[in-house]
Design a protein around this ligand. Structure first.
Ligand code: 4AD
Ligand code: MG
Length: 435
């Protein structure tokens, strides 16, 4: 074949007619006596090509017949309107070149979720995963853009850490040259707070690790965590940042990934309504009242909201719900005690619509050194291990706040995923760590 200018399938479909050269993989192939129908797939889409034995050389026709599912190949042909094709166009092949004939492709029609996870490296090529991964890419860019526009610095914390932050029970221990007390990051937080004294407002998107023993549709053991921390940021401003971040990410996806949302059959009504309406903001106390009134749930004060309760609460609204001022006893040691009620903290969870659960965990940070120390001791922690963190309250402490957003949690809602595993290329859970 002579040198050709290859274009993407989508560019070809936009071009509407004339000669095109495409390269990609066999999405489907069906051979008749004198015709071979091949759907070619690349990252931008699919289109059917027709190889007519009366219009191509014998070699091209024989090669077309050989193409198995997922074989890689190149073709040149004429794009023609075709009403019966879902794309509205077809390509009449004039030339074709095999790049590699694929072995018998293991993914056919009936497959279980577990099997698709076993062959995840191949399942990534599915139209579903391709669309989700494109949306994932948009989401990461939108998070970076949001924080950059708001003058946050990108900052990096260690993944290997020497203290816990979100509870010892979900810590992964690392075999670190046989030294004790080395863990994978659950959050950047304790290593981020020291940097606000240098940079003011900071953010990151980084992997976080949780040894979650729960096999749910919402939990990964390795997930991507978008976190921010800022000096002087008040509890009210923190809620605004959370709402604005989520809205700007959703807006970007609605703008950039229309076709992907169609491929995923995502009903975008709820995405659009969550952009238009202000997020619902209520205290934990109000949440208990609403849950009692609407669903007759009896939750005794001081219990954390369970999944079922979050889901019921979210079902009442067409947008996200920010629940503030949880009881101190259910929240992490670093959350600031509410000066107006010492039993609750200035923390919030932001809960997605449609039962997608907690997307953001947030708080103003406790600035009182002694309160922090006694909280750590209550939890059985050795406060001396936290010296580096406690020093932030010794040398020019300032009011400050931050939050963490589970990127795959937000993605699950955006794409309407059945399980969070669909939103990350190679999901890790309690039972799944291969390939
Ligand atoms: O609520 P979390 O535990 O909060 C923190 O880690 C804070 N230190 C963050 C901060 O203030 N900088 O986790 C934050 C978010 C949750 O709201 C959830 O979206 C996500 O991280 N998350 C998980 N996502 C997937 N799988 C898991 N196992 C997750 N655990 C938490
Ligand atoms: Mg949380």
């Amino acid at each position: 074949m002579e040198l050709k200018k290859f274009i993407k399938v989508k560019e070809a479909l936009d071009k509407k007619e004339g000669q095109v050269s495409l390269r990609g993989w066999v999405y489907r192939q069906r051979a008749q006596k004198d015709l071979v129908f091949i759907t070619i797939r690349d990252e931008s889409g699919i289109v059917q090509a027709v190889v007519d034995s009366s219009k191509v050389s014998e070699k091209v026709f024989e090669d077309a017949k050989k193409l198995t599912m997922e074989s890689s190949f190149k073709l040149t042909g004429k794009l023609r309107k075709e009403e019966r094709s879902p794309q509205g166009y077809e390509v009449d092949v004039v030339d074709l070149e095999i790049v590699q004939i694929a072995e018998n492709y293991p993914i056919s029609k009936d497959f279980s979720e577990e099997f698709l996870l076993d062959v995840r490296h191949l399942w990534l090529r599915s139209r579903k995963m391709t669309s989700i991964l494109k949306i994932r890419s948009t989401v990461f860019k939108a998070i970076h853009d949001f924080f950059r526009k708001k003058d946050f610095y990108e900052y990096h914390s260690p993944i290997l850490q020497s203290v816990q932050c979100e509870g010892g029970s979900s810590l992964f221990k690392v075999d670190y040259f046989e030294k004790p007390g080395v863990f994978l990051a659950q959050t950047w937080q304790l290593y981020a707070e020291p940097a606000i004294f240098s940079l003011g407002k900071i953010y990151t998107i980084s992997p976080s690790f949780r040894a979650e023993k729960s096999k749910t549709t919402r939990h990964l053991t390795e997930y991507w965590h978008a976190e921010m921390e800022g000096a002087w940021i008040t509890f009210e401003e923190l809620q605004d940042y959370g709402e604005q971040l989520i809205k700007s990410v959703i807006k970007e996806v609605l703008d950039k990934n229309k076709e992907d949302l169609i491929i995923l059959k995502r009903d975008t009504k709820i995405l659009e309504s969550s952009l238009k309406i202000p997020f619902v903001r209520m205290t934990y106390d109000d949440a208990l009242k609403v849950l009692k009134e609407k669903f007759d749930f009896e939750i005794s004060w001081g219990k954390d909201l369970r999944t079922i309760e979050e889901d019921k609460l979210s079902s009442l609204y067409e947008t996200f719900v920010i629940v503030t001022r949880y009881p101190k006893v259910v929240k992490a040691f670093y959350m600031k005690e509410d000066p107006e009620n010492k039993d609750v903290v200035l923390g919030f969870d932001c809960i997605a619509p449609e039962g997608y659960g907690e997307i953001i965990g947030a708080s103003q940070r406790e600035s009182d050194l002694n309160k922090l120390i006694s909280k750590l001791k209550e939890q059985g922690e050795d406060a001396s291990q936290y010296k580096f963190y406690l020093d932030t309250r010794r040398y020019g402490s300032v009011p400050h706040s931050g939050f963490g957003m589970g990127v795959e949690r937000l993605l699950s809602f955006i794409v309407g995923a059945q399980t969070i595993k669909d939103t990350i290329p190679f999901p890790r859970t309690m039972v799944r760590y291969k390939p």
